[in-house]
Design a protein around this ligand. Structure first.
Ligand code: GLY
Length: 562
């Protein structure tokens, strides 16, 4: 090698290294922020906090708390949440598990009558349906450990909305129509949401002074301002007076848990998602491993969708059999996410024929559908990222509000398997791994997720009960194939969950050619009258440093870039 070519090579290497550094620096800081949430008032709350000097974590707390006010049917102080965080300065991922827990007096058979029959109403309505809320502890934890502002600053937009009032969205009004009978049984809830025993209208202003007081106590005293003192006393007294089993000790002892997120790869895309007690990350990793064995982009439409359904079927079977709270049961996550395990599952998939779910060993033995939850995504100018899915489970949770609190309690106890083989409100089955036990977290499908590749970053998630996981899977594959944030949220959806053995789909999810291609293979197709999910996505493409924020066209939300 001549001296000149050696120097040229060295200069080339230095240039390549410098380019890499620039790319890494760019990857760490987009210089602009994006927020996508299910309600423009919540998106605005996040922006307010960013403008006040907060980071993505502060903005997430502000969005989250505001959603708890203006989307009372979906999430709030009486529920639980999962926060997936990326701390750019430390290049570190954290999963904050603020899921509800079963109260200490809960028992495995608490929803069975003396003849052993399941009483699903008790796990869905009223105080017995409610787990001890984790969401407030999650908000305090994320602010204290990762934010730059105080909890009081982050809660201020939510407090204003509760105090000054907000107009109910059409989704809130829909939920109220569905929950009217429940409200008759629990007057404190009815007093706020059916004033004078009337249905609210879109032009009405909903003021929640009790909730504002609860939020102010929380803002002033942090965790102690909710889990101890006056709020705790009102929660426990109200719950017990209505037949519940909560104690002050249940609230005092509640703790969030920081967990390692699930990590998976699909070709050159990295997926960071929710670990147990969510079933989402493991199921997504497993389905991607199964799908990686096919060149799915080159398959014709019907075959591609057939293979996706078969992957969904197998992952949801394992969800029912193996997944539960990892602090209580041993979850074989490494095995379920191993490529060899997926290879075995793939070997059982025929390209010409659907596998009947009954032919796979599983948990057997269906129900009404209930799905309320909400998801939002945040990216800040420094590259910090947050994906949050939060819930009170069904429409208006348990439909129950302990008097004086303004807090609507969740009905997350229904996410336990109340008896082996008894499907829950999402038709999901479960067994021992997800049986009720004191202090245990019910298995969730909430799947806040990050995607990363040389292309850039995506922050995504959605509500939708059992369908969350397959929605996140399909939008992840779409992003991998080049979809924008707007494409990801608009994607037509279909879903299979092992049991019931059928494919639910939105109109337009299958073409006229694909429908016979699937039915001839033996799939039962059922077109859904209702739209699936309400996805919120922020993406950042390194090429051109483009940030996009998109909210699902099925919902009323807003994605903005600042
Ligand atoms: N409550 C819905 C879920 O956690 O999956």
């Amino acid at each position: 090698m001549t001296r000149t070519s050696g120097l040229a090579m060295r200069a080339g290497m230095i240039l390549a290294f410098a380019t890499l550094l620039v790319a890494q620096a760019l990857a760490a800081a987009p210089g602009k922020a994006g927020i996508a949430s299910a309600d423009p008032r919540a998106t605005a709350a996040g922006y307010e906090v960013l403008q006040a000097g907060g980071n993505a974590f502060d903005a997430a707390v502000a969005v989250s708390a505001a959603l708890g006010v203006v989307e009372p049917q979906s999430s709030g102080m009486g529920g639980g949440s999962f926060f997936l965080l990326y701390i750019a300065a430390e290049d570190r991922y954290v999963f904050v598990d603020a899921r509800e827990i079963a109260p200490a007096a809960a028992t495995r058979d608490m929803y069975l009558d003396e003849d052993g029959n399941a009483n699903t109403r008790a796990s869905l309505n009223g105080p017995l349906a409610a787990g001890i809320p984790g969401h407030p502890a999650g908000l305090a934890h994320v602010t204290d450990r990762y934010g730059k502002l105080s909890l009081a600053q982050n809660l201020e937009p939510a407090i204003r909305l509760a105090e000054n009032g907000y107009t109910p969205s059409v989704r809130t009004l829909l939920g109220l129509r569905m929950r009217r009978r429940t409200a008759e049984a629990w007057p404190a809830f009815g007093d706020v949401f059916y004033p004078g025993d009337e249905m609210l209208e879109e032009s009405d202003l909903v003021r929640q002074p009790d909730l504002a007081t609860t939020l102010r106590r929380f803002a002033a005293d942090g965790v102690d301002g909710f889990y101890r003192g006056e709020t705790a006393r009102l929660l426990v007294e109200g719950t017990r007076a209505a037949g519940g089993i909560w104690t002050l000790a249940d609230l005092e002892q509640y703790k969030v848990v920081e967990r390692e997120p699930v990590r998976a790869t699909y070709r050159d895309m990295r997926v960071i998602s929710a670990p147990p007690p969510s079933s989402g990350g493991i199921a997504i990793a497993n389905m991607l491993n199964i799908l990686a064995g096919y060149d799915i982009a080159r398959l014709d439409g019907a075959t591609r969708k057939h293979v996706l359904v078969e992957a969904m079927r197998r992952a949801y079977r394992d969800r029912a059999l193996y997944l539960g709270d990892p602090d209580f049961v041993s979850v074989p996550g490494d095995r379920l996410m191993h490529p060899h395990y997926a290879a075995g599952q793939r070997a059982s998939i025929r390209l010409d024929k659907a596998t009947a779910s009954v032919s796979l060993p599983g948990i057997w033995p269906a129900g009404a559908e209930a799905r309320q939850t909400t998801h939002f995504s945040v990216l800040d100018a420094d590259g910090n990222r947050v994906a949050v899915t939060q819930t009170i489970n069904g429409w208006f949770g348990a439909g129950f509000m302990p008097p004086g609190t303004g807090v609507i309690l969740n009905n997350e106890m229904d996410d336990f398997a109340i008896a082996p083989g008894v499907p829950n409100g999402f038709d999901l089955l479960g067994g021992f791994a997800n049986a009720v036990a004191p202090g245990k977290r019910p298995l969730s499908s909430m799947s806040p997720t990050f995607l990363e590749s040389d292309r850039g970053i995506a922050i995504l998630g959605t509500p939708g009960g059992s369908r969350i996981i397959t929605m996140v899977l399909r939008s992840s594959l779409a992003w991998y194939e080049g979809a924008s944030a707007a494409d990801m949220v608009a994607l037509k959806r279909f879903h299979h969950q092992f049991y019931p053995d059928r494919v639910n789909y939105e109109p337009g999810a299958f073409t006229d050619e694909e429908i016979p291609g699937l039915t001839e293979r033996g799939h039962q197709l059922r077109e859904s009258r209702r739209a699936f999910g309400n996805m919120n996505v922020v993406t950042w493409d390194f090429d051109g440093n483009v940030v996009e924020a998109a909210s699902d066209p099925r919902g009323l939300g807003e994605g903005r870039v600042y």
